[in-house]
Write a protein of this length. Structure first.
Length: 187
Protein backbone atom coordinates (compact mmCIF):
# COMPACT_ATOMS: atom_id res chain seq x y z
CA UNK A 1 0.00 0.00 0.00
CA UNK A 2 1.36 3.40 -0.98
CA UNK A 3 0.79 6.00 1.72
CA UNK A 4 0.91 9.78 1.91
CA UNK A 5 1.87 9.92 5.56
CA UNK A 6 5.00 11.99 4.90
CA UNK A 7 3.17 14.41 2.56
CA UNK A 8 0.39 15.03 5.06
CA UNK A 9 2.81 15.31 8.01
CA UNK A 10 4.94 17.87 6.18
CA UNK A 11 1.88 19.79 4.95
CA UNK A 12 0.85 20.17 8.60
CA UNK A 13 4.38 21.29 9.58
CA UNK A 14 4.93 18.40 11.99
CA UNK A 15 8.09 16.45 12.74
CA UNK A 16 8.31 12.68 13.09
CA UNK A 17 8.58 13.20 16.85
CA UNK A 18 5.42 15.37 16.88
CA UNK A 19 3.39 12.65 15.18
CA UNK A 20 4.89 9.92 17.37
CA UNK A 21 3.88 11.77 20.55
CA UNK A 22 0.37 12.45 19.24
CA UNK A 23 -0.27 8.75 18.59
CA UNK A 24 -2.39 6.91 21.14
CA UNK A 25 -0.49 5.25 22.70
CA UNK A 26 2.63 7.29 21.87
CA UNK A 27 5.31 5.64 19.77
CA UNK A 28 8.79 6.59 18.52
CA UNK A 29 9.82 8.93 15.72
CA UNK A 30 11.81 6.02 14.26
CA UNK A 31 8.63 3.91 13.97
CA UNK A 32 6.77 6.72 12.20
CA UNK A 33 9.73 7.18 9.85
CA UNK A 34 9.76 3.47 8.98
CA UNK A 35 6.02 3.53 8.30
CA UNK A 36 6.41 6.61 6.08
CA UNK A 37 9.20 5.12 3.99
CA UNK A 38 7.70 1.66 3.65
CA UNK A 39 10.45 0.01 5.70
CA UNK A 40 7.63 -1.25 7.92
CA UNK A 41 4.24 -2.43 6.70
CA UNK A 42 1.39 -0.03 7.47
CA UNK A 43 -1.50 -1.99 8.96
CA UNK A 44 -5.03 -0.61 9.19
CA UNK A 45 -4.46 -0.11 12.92
CA UNK A 46 -1.34 1.99 12.31
CA UNK A 47 -3.06 3.92 9.54
CA UNK A 48 -5.93 4.81 11.88
CA UNK A 49 -3.57 5.79 14.73
CA UNK A 50 -1.51 8.05 12.48
CA UNK A 51 -4.59 9.58 10.85
CA UNK A 52 -5.94 10.49 14.28
CA UNK A 53 -2.56 11.94 15.28
CA UNK A 54 -2.52 14.06 12.12
CA UNK A 55 -6.17 15.09 12.42
CA UNK A 56 -7.18 13.63 9.04
CA UNK A 57 -9.20 10.67 7.84
CA UNK A 58 -7.45 7.37 7.10
CA UNK A 59 -8.43 7.78 3.43
CA UNK A 60 -6.32 10.98 3.29
CA UNK A 61 -3.21 8.88 4.01
CA UNK A 62 -3.67 6.31 1.26
CA UNK A 63 -2.72 6.92 -2.37
CA UNK A 64 -5.68 5.50 -4.29
CA UNK A 65 -6.21 5.47 -8.06
CA UNK A 66 -8.32 8.41 -9.19
CA UNK A 67 -7.73 10.35 -5.98
CA UNK A 68 -7.12 14.00 -6.68
CA UNK A 69 -4.09 15.93 -5.47
CA UNK A 70 -2.96 19.48 -6.04
CA UNK A 71 0.74 20.24 -6.59
CA UNK A 72 2.17 22.99 -4.40
CA UNK A 73 3.65 25.71 -6.61
CA UNK A 74 4.78 28.12 -3.89
CA UNK A 75 5.24 28.52 -0.16
CA UNK A 76 4.25 31.85 1.41
CA UNK A 77 5.75 33.20 4.62
CA UNK A 78 7.07 36.42 6.17
CA UNK A 79 9.79 36.55 3.51
CA UNK A 80 7.26 36.41 0.68
CA UNK A 81 6.56 33.64 -1.85
CA UNK A 82 9.16 31.05 -2.80
CA UNK A 83 9.27 27.73 -4.62
CA UNK A 84 9.32 24.57 -2.48
CA UNK A 85 12.69 22.81 -2.34
CA UNK A 86 11.06 19.43 -2.99
CA UNK A 87 7.80 18.29 -4.55
CA UNK A 88 4.81 18.82 -2.29
CA UNK A 89 1.11 18.18 -2.72
CA UNK A 90 -2.14 19.30 -1.14
CA UNK A 91 -4.80 16.71 -0.49
CA UNK A 92 -8.35 17.95 -1.05
CA UNK A 93 -10.65 17.38 1.92
CA UNK A 94 -12.64 14.16 2.03
CA UNK A 95 -15.78 13.71 4.05
CA UNK A 96 -16.10 10.93 6.59
CA UNK A 97 -19.27 9.52 8.11
CA UNK A 98 -18.81 11.74 11.17
CA UNK A 99 -18.74 14.97 9.17
CA UNK A 100 -21.55 17.51 8.82
CA UNK A 101 -21.47 20.75 6.88
CA UNK A 102 -22.43 24.34 7.59
CA UNK A 103 -22.93 26.81 4.75
CA UNK A 104 -22.56 30.49 5.64
CA UNK A 105 -25.20 32.51 3.81
CA UNK A 106 -24.20 35.94 5.15
CA UNK A 107 -20.96 37.17 6.71
CA UNK A 108 -20.83 36.82 10.50
CA UNK A 109 -17.88 36.74 12.89
CA UNK A 110 -14.80 35.34 11.13
CA UNK A 111 -16.86 33.74 8.38
CA UNK A 112 -17.88 35.20 5.00
CA UNK A 113 -20.98 34.55 2.96
CA UNK A 114 -20.33 31.51 0.75
CA UNK A 115 -17.95 29.82 3.21
CA UNK A 116 -18.40 26.13 3.88
CA UNK A 117 -17.44 24.83 7.32
CA UNK A 118 -16.71 21.11 7.61
CA UNK A 119 -17.49 19.92 11.13
CA UNK A 120 -16.69 16.60 12.81
CA UNK A 121 -19.36 15.18 15.11
CA UNK A 122 -18.33 14.24 18.63
CA UNK A 123 -20.22 12.69 21.52
CA UNK A 124 -20.76 14.44 24.84
CA UNK A 125 -17.73 12.72 26.41
CA UNK A 126 -15.48 14.47 23.86
CA UNK A 127 -16.57 18.04 24.57
CA UNK A 128 -13.32 18.85 26.41
CA UNK A 129 -11.43 18.72 23.10
CA UNK A 130 -13.82 21.36 21.71
CA UNK A 131 -13.15 24.07 24.32
CA UNK A 132 -12.35 27.42 22.67
CA UNK A 133 -13.32 26.01 19.25
CA UNK A 134 -16.27 26.84 17.03
CA UNK A 135 -18.93 24.15 17.28
CA UNK A 136 -22.39 23.32 15.97
CA UNK A 137 -24.89 21.95 18.50
CA UNK A 138 -28.48 20.79 17.94
CA UNK A 139 -31.33 22.46 19.78
CA UNK A 140 -34.93 21.34 20.18
CA UNK A 141 -37.31 21.75 17.25
CA UNK A 142 -34.73 21.18 14.51
CA UNK A 143 -32.78 24.33 15.36
CA UNK A 144 -29.03 24.67 15.82
CA UNK A 145 -26.56 26.95 17.56
CA UNK A 146 -23.13 27.71 16.09
CA UNK A 147 -20.49 29.50 18.12
CA UNK A 148 -17.45 29.24 20.35
CA UNK A 149 -17.59 26.67 23.17
CA UNK A 150 -16.34 28.69 26.15
CA UNK A 151 -17.19 26.35 29.00
CA UNK A 152 -18.85 23.21 30.24
CA UNK A 153 -19.92 22.41 33.78
CA UNK A 154 -22.69 20.62 35.66
CA UNK A 155 -24.24 19.20 32.50
CA UNK A 156 -24.36 22.57 30.74
CA UNK A 157 -22.41 23.93 27.77
CA UNK A 158 -21.65 27.64 27.44
CA UNK A 159 -21.51 28.90 23.86
CA UNK A 160 -20.69 32.39 22.62
CA UNK A 161 -22.57 32.90 19.32
CA UNK A 162 -20.84 34.61 16.41
CA UNK A 163 -21.16 38.34 15.83
CA UNK A 164 -20.61 41.45 17.85
CA UNK A 165 -22.77 42.04 20.88
CA UNK A 166 -23.87 38.40 21.10
CA UNK A 167 -24.64 37.07 24.56
CA UNK A 168 -23.51 33.74 25.90
CA UNK A 169 -26.02 30.90 25.45
CA UNK A 170 -26.22 28.12 28.05
CA UNK A 171 -27.64 24.78 26.93
CA UNK A 172 -28.23 21.51 28.73
CA UNK A 173 -25.66 19.01 27.42
CA UNK A 174 -26.70 18.37 23.83
CA UNK A 175 -26.50 14.73 22.66
CA UNK A 176 -23.69 15.65 20.24
CA UNK A 177 -21.70 18.56 18.93
CA UNK A 178 -19.64 19.07 15.80
CA UNK A 179 -16.25 20.82 15.91
CA UNK A 180 -15.34 23.10 12.98
CA UNK A 181 -12.38 21.33 11.34
CA UNK A 182 -12.04 22.77 7.83
CA UNK A 183 -12.98 26.03 6.19
CA UNK A 184 -13.58 26.03 2.45
CA UNK A 185 -13.60 29.58 1.09
CA UNK A 186 -13.69 30.95 -2.42
CA UNK A 187 -11.58 34.06 -2.87
Amino acid sequence: MITRIRDVRKAKGLTLEDVALRCDPPTTAQTIGRLETGMRTVSVGWLNRIATALGVSSADLVDMPGQETLPVAALIGPEGARAPTSAMILIPPTASGAMVGVRVIASIGDYRGGDEIWCERIAADGYAQALNRDILVPRPGGRFLFGRLIGRDAGMVHILPLGTGSRQQVLADPPWAAIARKLVRNL
